[in-house]
Design a protein around this ligand. Structure first.
Ligand SMILES: [Zn+2]
Length: 265
């Protein structure tokens, strides 16, 4: 399928059990809202396999990533590596990740996180696929490790970027892309992004909901369960466009072109 234009949600956790009952309707509502494609996030070997299965069920609408989240890094071993490499050879797998470091609560020991991250960086080098990067409270270490691989990796996106100015400029200096979610809609913890988002060049910015997480808090008439879903991406796009001071149509077109090029869609 050749996409013309529209919104692409680069980060959806649609293998989450909160979508078990009504995935078809979720897809229909997303399409009715103008979302033309979603990239399902692989967070563990098992979830990456399920993400690929979803792509096979809905080949025009879904692509996915294959990788292991830093929370899961303690389970990384040579079998995991072999399986992720195998998944990565499938056409529907368009990035390696999510991978990276998360020192916020250290669900896996930092040294395990670094080992799993470096192994996945090497897979990105070997396959030529871009990276889908996760980082929390680990900017210094993550960027230091990335630096060693950057020349050999085609591209990378810092997904759900919520950090401060120093991290944003650090990642842009590493020629990475930046994923933005409805975090910017959160008056408790996302306000700093309202200024920062103006500094992301149009050809480096991509949009994501991170559904079912990160429901845009200031959206009018929210559903009772506050489950985030790709159908809310247009609202997030409107907010980001407003904070950037540009027409939303311009943002949608630019992020569409950036995303198609980044993931080779
Ligand atoms: Zn993440």
């Amino acid at each position: 399928m050749t996409l013309s234009t529209g919104l692409i949600d680069i980060g959806v956790n649609l293998t989450n059990k909160r979508f078990n009952k009504d995935l078809d309707q979720v897809i229909q509502r997303a399409q009715a809202a103008g979302v033309v494609q979603c990239i399902v996030t692989g967070t563990s070997l098992q979830e990456s396999e399920r993400a690929l299965a979803l792509c096979l069920d809905y080949p025009d609408f879904f692509k996915c990533t294959a990788g292991v989240h830093p929370h899961e890094a303690k389970n990384w071993n040579s079998d995991t590596e072999r399986s992720i490499r195998e998944l990565a050879s499938h056409d529907a797998v368009v990035a390696i990740g999510e991978c990276g470091l998360d020192f916020n609560r250290n669900f896996s020991p930092p040294k395990d996180q670094e080992a799993a991250f470096e192994a996945q960086l090497q897979i990105a080098v070997d396959t030529g696929l871009p990276l889908f990067l996760h980082e929390r409270d680990a900017f210094e270490r993550q960027s230091a490790i990335l630096k060693g691989f950057r020349d050999h990796v085609r591209a990378g996106v810092s997904h759900c970027f919520t950090g401060e100015k120093k991290a944003l400029f650090g990642y842009l200096d590493l020629d990475l892309h930046i994923g933005q979610t409805g975090w910017i809609c959160d008056e408790r913890r996302g306000v700093h992004l309202r200024e920062l988002v103006k500094n992301i060049p149009a050809n480096r910015l991509m949009l994501e909901t991170d559904a079912p997480y990160l429901f845009p808090r200031d959206m009018p008439n929210p559903p009772k369960d506050k489950r985030n879903a790709p159908e809310f991406l247009p609202y997030i796009a409107e907010q980001i466009a407003a904070y950037r001071g540009e027409p939303v149509e311009q943002l949608v077109q630019a992020t569409f072109e950036t995303t198609v090029q980044f993931f080779s869609l």
